[in-house]
Design a binder for this molecule. Sequence first.
Ligand SMILES: [Zn+2]
Ligand SMILES: [Zn+2]
Length: 236
Amino acid sequence: MSEEGPTGVDTGAAADAAILAVIVPVTAFQQNCSVLWCPQTMKGAVVDPGGDLDRILAAAGEHKVEIEKILITHGHIDHAGNAAELAEQLDVPIEGPHPEDAFWIEMMSQQGEQFDLEGARPFEPARWLAHGDSVAFGNVTMAVLHCPGHTPGHVVFHHADAKLAIVGDVLFQGSIGRTDFPRGDHAALIHSITTRLWPLGGDTAFVPGHGQMSNFAAERESNPFVSDAALQGSAN
Ligand SMILES: [Zn+2]
Ligand SMILES: [Zn+2]
C-alpha cells in the first residue's frame, strides 16, 4: 500500500482487497483527504477535497483511479472548500454531507475569506445523505452514519468487510472533534462516538480528519475524552 503523507491505509493485498485508499493531507490544516477506490473496476471517490486539488488529482492519477464521485463528511472549509471546483473539473456528483450542515456550506465563501483559502465556493450536493444510507463507487459500497456533534450534519463512511471508517472530525487519535463552533454539541458528539462508532468493532481502523490513523479499540483504551474509563468517570 503506498501512501502520500504521514498516514496510509493498509487494506491488505491489492489483488483481493475490497477497497483501496490513499491519504493526501491538504490545506494549511493538513486535512486527510482520502482517495478511495474499487480494485476490481479502478473506479473511486474523493472524500473531503478541501483544497490542493493538484495533489489529489496527482495521487488519483498515480494509482490510475477513475474518480466518479465526491463524498463529503461535513461542511467545514478544510474538508469541503474545493468540492465545487473538483466536481466541475471532473463533471462528477457530490454526495453528502447530511442536510443539517447546509448552513456551513452556504457560508463557504466567508469561511474561505476567514481562513484565506482560495477557490472556496458553496455548492448544492447532488445527494444529501442520511443515517442508514449507503454510497457506492465501482463495486464498493460504504454505509453512511450520521454522527452529529462537531457539526450537526457530520457523516462517517464505513466499509464493514475492510473494517475501515472515514470519520472526519468526529474522532482523532487521542482526541475528539471541537464543539465550540456554531451548533457544535459536546454531548451529541460523545453520543455519536459511543453509539455509532464503537458498535462497529474495536478492530475497525479509522482515518481521522487530521493526524494519524488509529482503531476504535485503541481509543476506547487510551483516548482521554472517550476511553471507557474516562466516560465511566464522568458518570454519564
Ligand atoms: Zn471540521
Ligand atoms: Zn477538519
